[in-house]
Design a protein around this ligand. Structure first.
Ligand code: ADE
Length: 226
C-alpha cells in the first residue's frame, strides 16, 4: 500500500508515523508513506498557500492552485483509489471505514488547515471527506495521522500476530474484553479465576460475555447500529 499526504505541516505527521508498528510496517516494505509539503507547489517567492476568504468571515483559506498542482502531479504517477480530505464536517470515521481503506492500493490524503480549503477543491478533486470526531482540531494533520495509523495496522503482515486485529474493540461491533497479565495477584487485586483455568473454550465464552456486557454498559449505541 502507498499513502501520500499533502500538508503544510509535515512535521506534525512525521513523528506519530515513525514509531512502533507503523515504523516497522514501512521498514518491512508493506506500506510506503510519503509526505508532500504544499509550499513546494507554490510559484510565488513567499510560497503562499493561503489567502483571505471572500465575504465577511475572518480567517484564511487554503488556495486552490497549489493543491491542484500537487494532486495533479501525484495523479500523473499513479491511480488513487481514494483522495481524502480531513475535515470536521466529513463522514464520521469508524473501524469499518478503516477496514475498507486498508484494502486499497493507493491513498492520497489532503490535510485541511486554517479555515479550510477553497471549496472547489472539495467539489472537484476529493473523493471522500473524513472527520475523526465532533470536535475541531487546529488542522487536519493529526486526523490524517490517526487515519493512517488505524489503516496501516490492518494491512496483512503488519501485525506480528495476525489475529490480534480481529480481537480489537469495534472489529466485531463490540468493545474488547478486559486483558490481564502476570502477576495473577497484585496486592490482593486478583485476575478473574477463569483466565487461569487453562480451559480455552470457557475463557472464550467469558470474553464474549464481557465484551457484550461492556458494550451494553459503555457504548449501547454500537449494539443499535446495524
Ligand atoms: N480538521 C479539524 N478538525 C477535524 C476533525 N475533527 N476531523 C478531521 N479533520 C479535522
Amino acid at each position: 500500500m502507498r499513502i501520500d499526504i499533502i500538508t503544510v505541516l509535515p512535521e506534525l505527521i512525521e513523528s506519530p508515523l515513525n514509531h512502533s508498528i507503523i515504523k516497522r510496517a514501512q521498514k518491512k516494505g508493506l506500506v510506503s508513506i510519503n509526505l508532500h509539503h504544499l509550499r513546494d507547489y507554490t510559484t510565488d517567492k513567499h510560497r503562499t498557500v493561503d489567502d483571505y476568504a471572500f465575504g465577511p468571515d475572518a480567517g484564511m483559506v487554503l488556495k486552490i492552485e497549489p493543491i491542484y498542482k500537487a494532486i495533479e502531479k501525484l495523479k500523473s504517477k499513479r491511480n488513487y483509489d481514494e483522495i481524502i480530505y480531513t475535515s470536521p464536517d466529513g463522514e464520521p470515521y469508524t473501524q469499518r471505514l478503516a477496514n475498507t481503506l486498508s484494502t486499497k492500493e493507493n491513498i492520497l490524503i489532503l490535510c485541511g488547515h486554517y479555515k479550510g480549503v477553497d471549496h472547489r477543491v472539495r467539489e472537484h478533486l476529493i473523493t471522500r471527506e473524513i472527520s475523526i470526531g465532533d470536535y475541531v482540531l487546529s488542522g487536519g494533520e493529526l486526523a490524517a495521522a490517526i487515519i493512517v495509523d488505524s489503516v496501516v495496522r490492518l494491512v496483512p503482515g503488519v501485525l506480528s500476530d495476525e489475529t490480534s486485529a480481529l480481537t480489537d474493540s469495534f472489529q466485531d461491533g463490540l468493545l474488547a474484553p478486559p486483558a490481564y497479565t502476570r502477576p495473577a495477584d497484585f496486592n490482593g487485586w486478583e485476575v478473574p479465576e477463569i483466565l487461569l483455568s487453562g480451559n480455552f473454550k470457557e475463557i472464550e465464552k467469558w470474553q464474549m460475555e464481557q465484551a457484550i456486557e461492556r458494550t451494553k454498559r459503555l457504548r449501547p449505541n454500537l449494539l443499535k447500529d446495524e
